[in-house]
Design a protein around this ligand. Sequence first.
Ligand SMILES: Nc1ncnc2c1ncn2[C@@H]1O[C@H](COP(=O)(O)OP(=O)(O)OP(=O)(O)O)[C@@H](O)[C@H]1O
Ligand SMILES: [Mg+2]
Length: 180
Amino acid sequence: MGPAPDFRNERRTIELNVSAAGHQPGIVASETALAWAGEEDTIAFAHKLAARPAIREAFIELRGDLGAGKTTFVRHLLRALGVAGRIKSPTYAVVEPHEAPGLSIWHFDFYRFSDPREWEDAGFRDVFASHGLKIAEWPDKATGLLPVPDLVIAIEALPDETRAVRLTARTARGQELIAP
Ligand SMILES: Nc1ncnc2c1ncn2[C@@H]1O[C@H](COP(=O)(O)OP(=O)(O)OP(=O)(O)O)[C@@H](O)[C@H]1O
Ligand SMILES: [Mg+2]
């Protein structure tokens, strides 16, 4: 068997058939594969993303199994954006709001989200209509309610603790976020 695949620096651009999904035809979605060897790589990526102006209005989906490292990444991103104090995980509250200097942030975890009425009742529609950064773990539990994400970050924990990460930009803003 050869060496483990190195996801680092592998970049490819794919043309998605987005017209079938009801979006504008001709939109190019970028897909980038990376590897985080440890949490310091996660931190470095969080800082890179935090430095992009496009982050201020972005909607980011985080995909991956239980324990993949989604919340860990969000915590590092929030810290990199200047959120101070303890960063609670939103699992029981569905959403945890945060304030960074000049920036509102909503961290959703839809793992226990089951009643679509909560979407209206809890004011999530208004959140997505507001300025600021929205991040969602377990977005598939709120399918049909969430808008198209700018960026999808899919994280997979490999047996050696490396995180295989796939970035998919689905909008122009998402492209800006992950441009080299
Ligand atoms: N880049 C990383 N390198 C090594 N370990 C990591 C990394 N990211 C996260 N971990 C570890 O993985 C564990 C689970 O992480 P985390 O809670 O972020 O997962 P999650 O994807 O949010 O899970 P859930 O679906 O339950 O919310 C933690 O113990 C964390 O320290
Ligand atoms: Mg989590």
